[in-house]
Design a protein around this ligand. Structure first.
Ligand code: PLP
Length: 358
């Protein structure tokens, strides 16, 4: 049973079927094909306005290239100190920003607070010796599986406007966040001030398809050239676009995310109901972060259940992981089965029973 991430599974059937349909015959290369045009138009429908869309093959490429559009080489990009862009992308954002820096701020549950960001920005020295802040990046869902509410995104959007920053959203788990909040894609992004979005689809059912969606048209300028220089203009581009076609058809993307989030809720509730287990952060999308007694952790690992240990940096000040405990992350995917979740719960329950009997 593998709960290590939501990218440990392959692509979902409708995505593969759309790929197979797009495979036959000859079409224009490098995104000049009809499928690419159709899917780009579909993005504008989904976001209820004209958007510029650039397809890339990884979330790292989406983030790095989106940020490179928003931040000049002498600029700062403010983000959470545990964000994927700062911790898990091997410096790709800084590399593509050609010298610009990421400034990581703390925040409970991997969330940035608008007032704290405003205070940080106000406190920055404004001299030519210091790098000026040029963008803010947030992850939705966050690295702790939590969500920004719409008013929280709006508050951050206002801070960006007041300080002249572009507002980027890393939406590697965009749809998981969307279905939990029950809002529209437009409401979760540009209506709250988001200027540029990394729209993730790989984790939620695609094979390798992510999109940079640009709301502030100034940020789209030259982005096609940036993508090409990064090797992200796929010659058989129709096979990237086709994945999105299968993903969007019949609201398959929503169904996948609802499935994953629903099972994450089942896992979270089941674990939290067991004595001695508590959740580090509420389960708001498809990730569950329990603090487990070490005996439970050992029993799960001995049974072959895979998941990652997690950092306690974003715990609330009142919460601590005890010496006989461990904080871990379970990620539920569109392909996880209910029986797999129940098996984890059974193993945890048995381990606690054995511990109590000793
Ligand atoms: C928050 C976040 N952003 C972006 C990514 C995309 O990363 P990748 O380059 O592996 O597609 C991930 C994947 O783990 C992620 O969790």
């Amino acid at each position: 049973m593998n709960f290590a991430s939501d990218n440990i599974v392959g692509a979902s059937a409708p995505v593969l079927e759309a790929l197979a349909r797009a495979n036959g015959g000859a079409m224009a290369a490098y995104g000049g094909d009809e499928i690419t045009k159709r899917v780009k138009a579909r993005f504008s429908e989904i976001f209820e306005r004209d958007v510029s869309v650039f397809f890339v093959t990884t979330g790292t490429a989406a983030n790095a290239l989106a940020l490179a559009s928003a931040v000049p080489p002498w600029g700062l990009c403010v983000c959470h100190r545990e964000s994927h862009i700062i911790d898990d992308e091997c410096g790709a954002p800084e590399f593509f920003m050609h010298g610009a820096k990421l400034a990581g701020l703390p925040g409970v549950a991997a969330k940035l607070d608008a007032q704290a960001v405003a205070a940080y920005l106000q406190g920055l020295p404004k001299a030519v010796k210091q790098m000026p802040p040029k963008a803010l990046s947030i992850s939705q869902a966050t690295e702790c599986g939590t969500l920004y509410r719409l008013d929280e995104i709006a508050a951050l959007g206002r801070v960006c406007r007041e300080h002249g920053l572009s507002f980027h959203m890393d939406g590697a788990r965009f749809t998981n966040a969307l279905v939990s909040l029950g809002c529209t894609p437009a409401e979760m992004t540009w209506k709250q001030g988001v200027d540029i979005l990394s729209f993730g689809a790989t984790k939620n059912g695609c094979l390798m398809a992510e999109a940079i969606v640009v709301f502030d048209s100034a940020l789209a300028e030259g982005l096609d050239y940036r993508c090409k220089r990064a090797g992200q203009i796929v010659s058989k581009g129709r096979l990237i676009a086709a994945q999105f076609e299968g993903y969007f058809a019949g609201d398959h993307w929503y169904a996948n995310a609802r499935h994953a989030n629903g099972l994450a809720q089942r896992l979270a509730a089941g674990l939290a109901a067991l004595p001695g287990i508590r959740l580090a952060w509420p389960t708001e999308a498809n990730e569950v972060f329990p603090i487990l007694p070490k005996a439970v952790d050992q029993a799960l690992r001995a049974a072959g259940v895979l998941y990652h240990p997690w950092t306690d940096l974003s715990l609330p000040a009142t919460e601590r992981v005890g010496a006989d405990e461990t904080l871990v992350r379970f990620v539920v995917s569109f392909a996880t089965e209910e029986a797999q979740v129940d098996k984890v719960l059974d193993i945890a329950k048995s381990a606690l029973g054995r511990q109590a009997a000793e």
